[in-house]
Ligand binder design. Structure first.
Ligand SMILES: Cc1ncc(COP(=O)(O)O)c(C=O)c1O
Length: 509
């Protein structure tokens, strides 16, 4: 075994031994010992330890900023930064006009273990399984925990529907001719304004409209790679991006990923040293399927890694606007100095997937992306673009995002509680920082592919873990959605699932 291989092997072994946290701390992303700690980190550490010791429990109000300023002899901004840090870790939450409170996070079941994907570039399989999922429709009276579909019954969507109807009635002729292949300028202007919220300064000419994010990912992969190239991805990862890798005849290098901090930068660096990786495809904000948001520092370091290996990043930000954090987290694109980040997104997860409005901010690959997008599907239908542009401009999109974000956060807390109550004690779950999906890791002996078939017959649908691996790993894991159901439906679904899980456990014994 060569030196690099030994290091990579050592890392993966250490992940197996569940020592990833230690590695991460040594990385310098988090605290590296008191000496290098900033003041706000010390304050945050003190509060974290008080919570761990049970001095503050879920729901408790934390000391006011003023109290902490006096107690620690520090400035207001230091305390604010400390609270912001704990908010990012989802340990606390701010309530308007009431202060900071300990969040549910402190009483959660254990987190999923850091993933242990293959240690070499691999061909993606799983298309039949993905196809089955895409074709499967939940029955009317079944509980749908399977598809990552937004809540589309919120009243805040009404202005969009009204605009769509109005356009269809009075301006349908607009939809007949060919339009701009880069997308409607009216929409691109609104998208450029929207990008400011994630720290990006973009001009409408920097954007290309696509038919959803799936097309964006596929176009970007083709723009930056040649068949046979290797693309690094998080593991587990969204099955659609892996199928895009497959159809572009690329290989996937799955990188160990932690359910709270995301992609392991140390593992990525080792992989970059060892393999000629061409691009990194990541969903660093409200990830699918885990729900994590990579800390801003880690996003910056990921960008710097891409710079030092001179490769590009395809950033999928499809859930970014429904982060529970306010203001929403920055994108990696916001740190992009040399155009190597291609940002892809759409309104499929924030508004509705059927409108098929997505976009790419392709950086220095703009001309190539425009060419491939043209070859892929020419231009996108105009009316949905105009309706969405109007929704953003009139403030409707912001009102809708604010409303559903709250709904999703409540949904997460409810689902977490239900799982805690009904699933076996050794269940591990992720704690999403946005969006409406979470990752469940069951006892290694449980088979979620079987479970999916069993519970479908029993009126509950789930997405089995292997869909999120290039080669069918994660057989004891599943992804659950918490966007649409009422609490009663969700509770019913989780109880039903627990019955099937327990049946499998009985059979194993
Ligand atoms: C992370 C992620 N990226 C991209 C997509 C595809 O989005 P769209 O429906 O806009 O093509 C999805 C859909 O599930 C997704 O979860």
């Amino acid at each position: 075994m060569g030196k690099k291989e030994t290091v990579w092997h050592y890392f993966v072994l250490s992940v197996w031994e569940n020592r990833w946290h230690v590695q991460y701390e040594r990385d310098g992303c988090y605290q590296i010992g008191d000496k290098k700690m900033k003041l706000y980190e010390k304050v945050a550490k003190g509060l974290r330890e008080s919570m761990e010791a049970g001095l503050f429990i879920a729901g408790d109000k934390l000391p006011s900023i003023r109290q902490l300023v006096i107690e620690h002899s520090v400035s207001i901004s230091t305390v604010q930064q400390a609270y912001h840090q704990l908010e990012m870790e989802a340990l606390i939450e701010a309530r308007p006009k009431s202060g900071y409170f300990v969040s549910q996070r402190s009483v959660l079941p254990a987190q999923p273990e850091t993933s242990r994907p293959a240690q070499r570039p691999i061909d993606v399989s799983q298309w039949q399984e993905v196809l089955e999922l895409l074709l499967s429709k939940a029955g009317d009276d079944s509980v749908q925990l399977q598809h990552a579909m937004p809540n589309m019954s919120a009243p805040t969507l009404k202005p969009l529907l009204k605009k769509m109807t109005e356009l269809m009635r009075h301006q349908v002729a607009l939809s007949l001719p060919y339009g701009d292949i880069k997308g409607s300028l009216v929409l691109r202007e609104q998208l450029a304004k929207l990008a400011l919220n994630s720290g990006c300064s973009l001009h409408p000419d920097d954007l290309v409209v696509t038919s959803g994010c799936q097309e964006g990912l596929s176009v970007c992969l083709r723009a930056v790679t040649e068949p046979g190239d290797i693309v690094a991805v998080e593991s587990p990862s969204f099955y659609g991006s892996m199928q895009a890798i497959k159809t572009a005849n690329l290989k996937a290098m799955e990188i160990p990923t932690h359910s709270e901090h995301g992609l392991s930068l140390e593992a990525l660096e080792l992989a970059l040293e060892q393999w000629p990786i061409k691009a990194i495809l990541v969903t660093p904000t409200c990830n699918n399927p885990m729900g994590y948001t990579m800390p801003e520092e880690a996003k910056k370091r990921l960008y710097q890694l891409a710079q030092s290996y001179d490769i590009c990043i395809i950033e999928d930000d499809i859930y970014g606007d429904i982060s529970y954090q306010s203001p929403r987290p920055k994108t990696i694109k916001s740190f992009d100095e040399d155009g190597r980040v291609l940002l892809c997104s759409s309104f499929s997860k924030t508004v509705a997937p059927g409108i098929r409005v997505g976009w790419i901010a392709p950086g220095r690959y703009r001309d190539k992306v425009t060419h491939i997008k043209y070859v892929s599907s020419s231009m996108c239908p105009l009316l949905p673009q105009l309706a969405v542009a109007d929704f953003i401009k009139s403030g409707g999109y912001h009102r809708h995002s604010r409303r559903v974000r709250l709904l999703y956060k409540q949904g997460r807390d409810h689902l977490v509680q239900s799982i805690k109550e009904h699933f076996p004690d050794d269940t591990r779950i992720s704690f999403p920082q946005g969006g409406y999906i979470l990752w469940v890791e069951l006892n290694k002996k449980i088979d979620t592919v079987k479970l999916a078939t069993q519970c479908k017959a029993g009126g509950v649908s789930i997405a089995a873990g292997p869909l999120f691996s290039a080669t069918g790993k994660y057989r004891s894991c599943m992804r659950l959605n918490f966007s649409e159901q009422t609490e009663i439906e969700r509770e019913k679904g989780i109880r039903q699932l627990a019955v099937y899980i327990n049946q499998q456990i009985q059979l194993i014994k």
